[in-house]
Design a protein around this ligand. Sequence first.
Ligand SMILES: Nc1ncnc2c1ncn2[C@@H]1O[C@H](COP(=O)(O)OP(=O)(O)OP(=O)(O)O)[C@@H](O)[C@H]1O
Ligand code: SF4
Ligand SMILES: [Mg+2]
Length: 377
Amino acid sequence: MSGIGRPLLELDHVERMFGGSWLGRLGGDNVVRAVDDVTLSIAAGEAFGIVGESGSGKTTVGRMIVRLLDPTAGAIRFEGQDITRLRGGALLAYRRSVQMVFQNPYLSLNPRRRVRDMLLDAYRIHHLASGRDAEERVAALMEMVGLRRTMLDRYPHEFSSGQRQRIGIARALSVEPRLIVADEPVSALDVSVQAQVLNLLRGLQEELGLTVVFISHDLRAVSFLCSRVAVLYLGQVMEVAPRRALVERAAHPYTQALMGSMPSLAPGSGITREVIRGDIADQQPPPGGCVFAPRCELRRRLGDPDRCLTERPWPRELSEGHAVACHFADAEARPDTDARPEATGAAAGPTTPTTPTMVGISDPTRVPAVTSTGATT
Ligand SMILES: Nc1ncnc2c1ncn2[C@@H]1O[C@H](COP(=O)(O)OP(=O)(O)OP(=O)(O)O)[C@@H](O)[C@H]1O
Ligand code: SF4
Ligand SMILES: [Mg+2]
C-alpha cells in the first residue's frame, strides 16, 4: 500500500484460523477465521492504529506480530525477513526487538516480584547491562514513564492501575525494542487515567522514535495516538487511512458508523453518519461476499445490490494511502462512478439521510478526554 516510508513490518495476506481439525479446516467446519487475508505495511517510527469491535481479530493480529501465535497462511516480515521462519538466536533477537504491552497490567506483572527485579531481568536475559549500569538504567526507565525511582522496591499490588500500566510500559521499553504492540493498554484503566497513559505513550513514541502498533476498540484513542489507522471487522481490513483522512473522510460504512458513535469526531467532520444494525456476533456474513453486508446501511440504501452478497470487496485506494474494502464506498460521493449499483445490475435505493442511531457499538461516553499531561497517576 502506498503512502508510507520503507516498511519495518509487513503483513502479507495473513490468515489465522482457530478450531477444527486440519481436514475440517479445509472444509471450513467449526472454524473461526479470526484474521482473514490481512495485508498491511507499517513504517519505522510510525504509530499505527488497529481499531474494531470486540472479536474483530485485533489481539490475534498483535499476538502474531510478537510471535505468540503463528499465522495459518501468509507471511509477516520484519525488516524484510519472514518472522515465522526465525529460530534460535535470531528468534531471541526478534523477541527483544518487538515487545507487547497488555490490556491488564496487573495480570502481566508477577505479584511476588519487586519492580526492580522485574526490570533488571530484561537486562540480564539479553545481556544488555549489569551491576551499577543496570541499576542506573532501571532508575532512568522509571523516570521515563513518570514514576519515582524510590518506587522500585515496591510490589505490583502497591501501585495504582495507571502506575501498573506505566510499569508494564517500562518493562517493554527495558530491552530497547524497535516495535511495541500495545493491546488495549488503557481500556482496563479508570477513565480519568486513560488520557495520562495515552499521553505517556505518545510522548515516548515521539521521543524515542519507536514504532507502535496500538490496538483498541476506541477510535478516539487511536486517532489521538496514531498517524495511520486500519479498521478491522470480522478479521478483515475494512479501511486503512491516514488519521486525518479517516476523521474527515471515512469512506467505509462501518468506519462511518464507528465515527458516528464518537460525538467529538463526527460533528463537522464531513463524514456521513451511518447506522449499524445488530451485533458483530449475531449475523452470519454471506459466504464469498462482504462480511459487513448483514449490518450495512449503505447496502440497504442502495437497494441491496447482489454484488455485496457474492463478491468480497478487496481494499482499493480512493486516494494515496487511503484504501477501502467496499464496492460502493464512493457511490454516493461520486454519482458517475462505475461502482454504482446500476453498473452491476442492481437497483439503486432511496438516499434519504439516515438517523444517527448506534446499535452494538461500544458506549461513546467511556471515551476519555485526551487533554491532560502524562503526569504520574
Ligand atoms: N485461542 C483461540 N481459540 C479459538 N478462537 C479464538 C482464539 N483466540 C481468538 N479466537 C476467536 O478469534 C476471534 C478474534 O478474537 P480476538 O481476540 O483477536 O478479537 P479482538 O478484536 O481482540 O476482541 P476484543 O476487543 O474483545 O479483545 C474471536 O471470534 C475469538 O473468539
Ligand atoms: S460492499 Fe456492500 S455490504 Fe459491503 S460495505 Fe460496501 S455497500 Fe456495504
Ligand atoms: Mg483483544
